[in-house]
Write a protein that binds this ligand. Structure first.
Ligand code: NAD
Length: 511
C-alpha cells in the first residue's frame, strides 16, 4: 500500500518552487485529439473554469461539439488498428514510461490538481503518485493478458483469446480528476483499446497533461484523446456509434442515462457511482485508530469522496470517549489555502456543492440531529473570500430514516449513529440503496471477518479506510455501480473473449 511518506519521497526538490501564479496549463487548448492540443471546432456553448480556492474565473472553455467528438472517435478508431495489434509487452513498456514521467512531474501535476479541485496539496500529491503506481501496474500486466487452452476429446482442443473492445469512451467526475483519467485509461490501453476521455467541466486540466505524457512516453497519436465539455458533450460521446464501451464515474442519475445510451446500442458499460457507506466502530477497537479511520472516512477531500463512510455506527459503550476524541481531533484540522503544506481542509469544489452540503446540515437539524461540531462556512483569509470553505461537521442524535443519513451529501458531514449488537448493526448498515464501501474497526479477528462477509458492499476496510492500492479491485454493489476498476479484474471489463474450437479428427455428422 502506498504510504503518505512514500508519496512525498517522490517530490523532486526542483519542483518545490513551482507554485500557483501564472498557470501555463490554463491558457492552452484543452482538447487533445490525434496527439495534439486543439481548440473545439466551433463552440457556441461555453463554461467557466473557476478556481475553487479563490472563486476566480480562470478562463472560459468551449464545449466540444459533434464535430470534435466525431473527430476524436475517428482518430481513436484509426489508432486502434495498430495499437490493438501491438504486443502486450510493447504496450506495457509505454505505460511504464508514462508512469515514470508522471512521477517526475508530481509536483507540477499536484499543483495543477489543486488549482482545479481546491483539495489540499498533500492530498493532490498522494493522488498523483498513486496514479503513477496504477499506470505502472497496468504496464506490468499488459504482457500477461492471455487466453486459455482446453483439451477436448480425441486430440481436439479449444483456446480463448482476450481481445480489446475498440474505442472506449470515458467520462469522469470532479473529485479525483487525474485518478479517473488514469484509472480508466491505463487498463483500457494495456488491453489494446483506445480511448476518448471527457473530464468533468469543473476539472479539465490534468487529463490533458496525462495525454501529453502518454505521447511523450511513445503512445501512438490517437490512442488517448480528451474532449472537454458539460453534459451535452458527455451525451454525444456515450451515444456515439463508434464507441464500443463506456466507462463512467459520477452520480447515479447520470450513470443511469449513460447505461440507457449503452443499452440502445448493446455497448459494454462500467459505472462507478455514489455511496452512503457505513463505518462501524466496535467497543473492542483501538479507539484512537478508529477515530483516525472515521476521519479518513469522512473528511478527506472536503468530504467529496464516493466511498466515504458517512454513516458512522458506534457501539453504545464507547460512544462517549469516541466522540470526545473525535471532536478534539476534528477541531485541530486546519482550514486554509489548499496550497499551504499544513492545510487539511481545502475548498469545496463549487458554490452549488457548498450550498448542498450546508442545506443537508440544516435538513439534519430539522430532522432532529444535533451539530456536535462544525458545519459553518468560514473565510480562512481575505484572499480566499471567493472560495467556499466549510468546517467538517459531526452530527449526533442521528436516526437511520433521516434524509441526511440515507442520501449522499458529498461534503464533510458525518452522521454518528449508536448501536448495541453485531446483528443489529449489520442489518442497519445494509439498509441502503448503495453498496460501495464500508469500514469495520475491531480487534476481534472473527468478528471482523464475520461482519465483512455480511456487509453488502464492493470494498471493505478492516481497521483502515479509503485506501486504494492499484492491485485491489474497486467498485460497487447495488446502485453504487457495475463493474470494477483496479486489480487484474479491471482488464476483464476492457476485453472480450473469443473462443476458437479446433477439430483434430474428421468431421462427424448424422447426415
Ligand atoms: P455527475 O454525474 O454530475 O457528472 C459526472 C460526469 O458526467 C461529468 O463529466 C459530467 O459532465 C458528465 N455528464 C453529465 N450529464 C451527462 C449526460 N447526460 N451524459 C453523459 N455525461 C454527462 O457527477 P459529479 O457531480 O461530477 O460527481 C459526483 C458524483 O460522482 C457523486 O455521486 C459521487 O459519489 C460520484 N463518484 C463516484 C465514484 C466511484 O468510484 N464510485 C468516484 C467519484 C465520484
Amino acid at each position: 500500500m502506498l504510504s503518505m511518506k512514500r508519496a512525498l519521497q517522490f517530490v523532486p526538490r526542483r519542483y518545490m518552487a513551482v507554485v500557483t501564479g501564472s498557470h501555463p496549463q490554463v491558457t492552452q487548448p484543452l482538447n487533445y485529439i490525434g496527439g495534439q492540443r486543439v481548440d473545439p471546432a466551433n463552440s457556441p456553448n461555453t463554461f467557466n473554469l473557476t478556481s475553487p480556492a479563490t472563486g476566480e474565473v480562470l478562463r472560459t472553455v468551449g464545449n466540444a461539439g459533434g464535430k470534435d467528438v466525431d473527430e476524436a472517435v475517428s482518430v481513436a478508431q484509426d489508432a486502434f488498428k495498430t495499437w490493438s495489434k501491438m504486443g502486450g509487452f510493447e504496450r506495457g513498456a509505454i505505460l511504464k514510461k508514462a508512469a515514470n514521467i508522471v512521477r517526475e512531474r508530481t509536483e507540477e501535476m499536484a499543483r495543477t490538481e489543486v488549482l482545479d479541485t481546491g483539495k489540499p496539496i498533500w492530498e493532490a500529491r498522494y493522488d498523483i503518485v498513486s496514479c503513477a503506481d496504477t499506470i505502472d501496474y497496468y504496464g506490468g500486466l499488459a504482457a500477461k493478458i492471455a487466453g486459455e487452452y482446453q483439451q477436448l476429446p480425441n486430440g481436439s482442443f479449444a483456446y480463448t483469446i482476450k481481445e480489446p473492445l475498440g474505442v472506449v469512451g470515458g467520462i469522469g467526475a470532479w473529485n479525483y480528476p487525474f485518478q479517473m483519467a488514469s484509472w480508466k485509461s491505463s487498463p483500457a490501453l494495456a488491453a489494446g483499446n483506445t480511448m476518448v476521455f471527457k473530464p468533468s467541466p469543473f476539472t479539465p486540466l490534468t487529463a490533458v497533461m496525462l495525454a501529453e505524457i502518454y505521447t511523450e512516453a511513445g503512445l501512438p497519436h490517437g490512442c488517448f484523446n480528451v474532449v472537454q465539455g458539460e453534459g451535452e458533450t458527455g451525451e454525444l460521446l456515450s451515444n456515439h456509434t463508434g464507441v464500443s464501451k463506456m466507462t463512467f464515474t459520477g452520480s447515479v442519475p447520470t450513470g443511469s442515462k449513460i447505461m440507457e445510451a449503452c443499452a440502445k446500442q448493446i455497448h459494454h458499460v462500467t459505472l462507478e457511482l455514489g455511496g452512503k457507506s457505513p463505518c462501524i466502530i466496535f467497543e473492542d477497537s483501538d479507539l484512537d485508530s478508529a477515530v483516525t479511520g472515521a476521519m479518513l472516512a469522512n473528511f478527506l477531500n472536503q468530504g467529496q469522496v464516493c466511498s466515504n463512510g458517512t454513516r458512522v455506527f458506534v457501539q453504545e459503550s464507547v460512544m462517549k470517549p469516541f466522540l470526545e476524541k473525535l471532536v478534539e481531533r476534528t477541531k485541530a484540522m486546519k482550514i486554509g489555502d489548499p496550497n499551504d503544506e499544513d492545510t487539511t481542509v481545502g475548498a469545496t469544489i463549487s458554490p452549488e456543492q457548498a450550498h448542498k452540503t450546508l442545506q443537508y446540515i440544516d435538513i439534519g437539524k430539522t430532522e432532529g440531529a444535533r451539530v456536535l461540531y462544525g458545519g459553518e462556512r468560514v473565510t480562512p483569509s481575505p484572499s480566499l473570500a471567493g472560495g467556499h470553505y466549510i468546517q467538517p461537521c459531526i452530527l449526533t442524535g442521528c436516526q437511520d430514516n433521516m434524509r441526511v443519513v440515507r442520501e449522499e451529501v458529498f461534503g464533510s458531514v458525518m452522521s454518528v449513529l449508536s448501536f448495541s449488537s453485531d446483528e443489529e448493526v449489520i442489518t442497519r448498515a445494509n439498509d441502503s440503496e448503495f453498496g460501495l464501501a464500508g469500514g469495520i474497526f475491531t480487534n476481534n479477528l472473527q468478528r471482523a471477518h464475520r461482519v465483512a462477509s455480511s456487509l453488502e458492499a464492493g470494498s471493505l476496510y478492516i481497521n483502515n479506510y479509503n485506501v486504494y492500492p492499484a492491485g485491489v479491485p474497486f467498485g460497487g454493489y447495488k446502485k453504487s455501480g457495475i463493474g470494477r476498476e483496479n486489480g487484474p479484474e479491471a482488464l476483464d471489463y476492457y476485453t472480450q473473449i473469443k473462443s476458437v474450437y479446433v477439430e483434430m479428427g474428421s468431421v462427424e455428422a448424422p447426415f
